[in-house]
Ligand binder design. Structure first.
Ligand code: GLN
Length: 399
């Protein structure tokens, strides 16, 4: 029976969730809204402005026409999970069991928060490399984890193994690794992954990896999944999605590969958060994940050309650029422009120059650490580069 209600509770203030009060709206997505408001070229939020491959669009249209329009199995349509397993085997040599080790989610965003909620208990800590993709901050708050940040430092954006070791302790539950990395472009190498492995094994922690930029690697860099490093498969939750690889960020279809006991927990969280990802789009995903190798080679080749084009534009406009070897962002140093901070400069850029970028502070727990940085994305067409180049040419560096 319900307990009796107090009859005359004085209502002074309707409190909101104290968790929700601890973080702001996404700055990345806010910059897109500002770009629309001011008619600026949007180099802020990472989504392509070119078409998705015809085959994936056709497969989605056919799935809708064939009436695959009701709920898929909550943890993902079988055909799609099979394709994810095959794809992981082809790219990384690991063969997850689609019946017990894969959960399909609404984008990697949901895969990440469902993963965190599935493993975190009060008092748990997560180790996060910084600068970090914005979402990981609120993910930690919502799941109840306390983040412990470890700096990646320019120009290489690698970490100091001693600092990483110092971040681990008895309360560490997991490490979050995004490779290829947003916003720095770092592609973590085997030695770094082994260093991470040693600590995860020593402290018996999980690792959650965000590998959404796996195919965007340049200059001979190779993406290695942390799960392939000896001792890590049984403790790694590998997050990925269709979004970036197939230029369908608006579809919201992602997944997480994890050991069976972890997957069982993730599936429960996922089911009650969202029930499932769009059924017809999962069918299209099953087709896309089986694209031939040359699709991925072309993708990387086209992206390296875009990176070089964007590096050229930014350098001529006076930015110091940190050349990324992966993902589709360029971190820059804006000291030359003489603005008080990254937010002031980003506001000026979007309103007066007509180009939207993301203030560096949105990737740091202490905004002072991002004060001299701005992030630009280069998943754009030549037309967009041209417009950005013309506008950025109006910028003046401080005398
Ligand atoms: N990953 C993209 C970025 O960093 C944004 C993704 C999103 O907005 N969900 O810009």
């Amino acid at each position: 029976m319900n307990p009796p209600r107090p009859q005359s509770a004085p209502v002074t203030r309707r409190a909101l969730s104290s968790k929700a009060e601890r973080f702001t709206e996404s700055v990345i997505r806010e910059m897109t809204r500002l770009a629309i408001r001011y008619g600026a070229v949007n180099l802020a939020q990472g989504f392509p402005d070119f078409p998705a491959p015809a085959e994936i669009k056709r497969a989605a249209q056919e799935a809708i026409a064939a009436d695959i329009n009701q709920y898929a199995i909550t943890w993902g349509a079988k055909r799609f999970r099979d394709a994810i397993a095959e794809n992981f085997q082809r790219t990384q040599g690991l063969a997850p069991d689609p019946e017990t080790e894969i959960t399909v989610c609404c984008g990697s965003t949901e895969a990440m928060i469902s993963s965190m909620m599935a493993i975190i208990n009060p008092g748990d800590e997560v180790v996060v490399f910084e600068p970090f993709y914005e979402n990981y901050g609120p993910d930690a708050i919502l799941s109840g984890a306390t983040p412990r940040f470890v700096k990646l430092r320019p120009p290489d954006w690698t970490f100091d193994p001693a600092e990483l070791a110092a971040a681990f302790g008895p309360a560490t539950k997991a490490l979050i690794l995004n490779t290829p990395n947003n916003p720095t472009g770092r592609v973590f190498d085997r030695a770094e992954l082994e260093c991470i492995r040693d600590l995860c094994v020593r402290w018996n922690t999980f690792a959650i990896t965000d590998e959404i930029y796996e195919h965007m690697v340049y200059d001979g860099a190779r993406h290695i999944s942390l799960a392939t490093i000896e001792g890590m498969r049984e403790r790694t939750l590998t997050v990925n999605a269709l979004s970036k690889t197939y230029s369908v960020t608006g579809w919201r279809v992602g997944w997480v590969i994890a050991p069976p006991d972890v997957t069982a927990a993730i599936r429960k969280v996922h089911d009650f958060l969202t029930v499932g990802a769009a059924a017809p789009l999962q069918e299209a995903g099953a087709v896309a994940l089986r694209f031939p190798l040359d699709y991925y080679q072309t993708l990387a080749r086209e992206y390296v050309a875009r990176r070089d084009r964007m590096m050229g534009i930014l350098a001529s406009a006076g930015f110091r650029c940190f050349k990324p070897r992966g993902a589709y962002y360029i971190m820059t140093d804006i000291s030359a422009f003489g603005f008080p901070d990254d937010v002031a400069f980003a506001q000026y850029l979007v309103k007066d120059i007509g180009v939207a970028a993301v203030p560096g502070s949105s990737f740091y727990s202490d905004s002072a650490d991002g004060r001299t940085h701005l992030r630009f994305t280069f998943c754009k067409t030549e037309k967009t580069f041209q417009a950005a180049a013309e506008r950025l040419a109006k910028l003046r560096t401080a005398p």
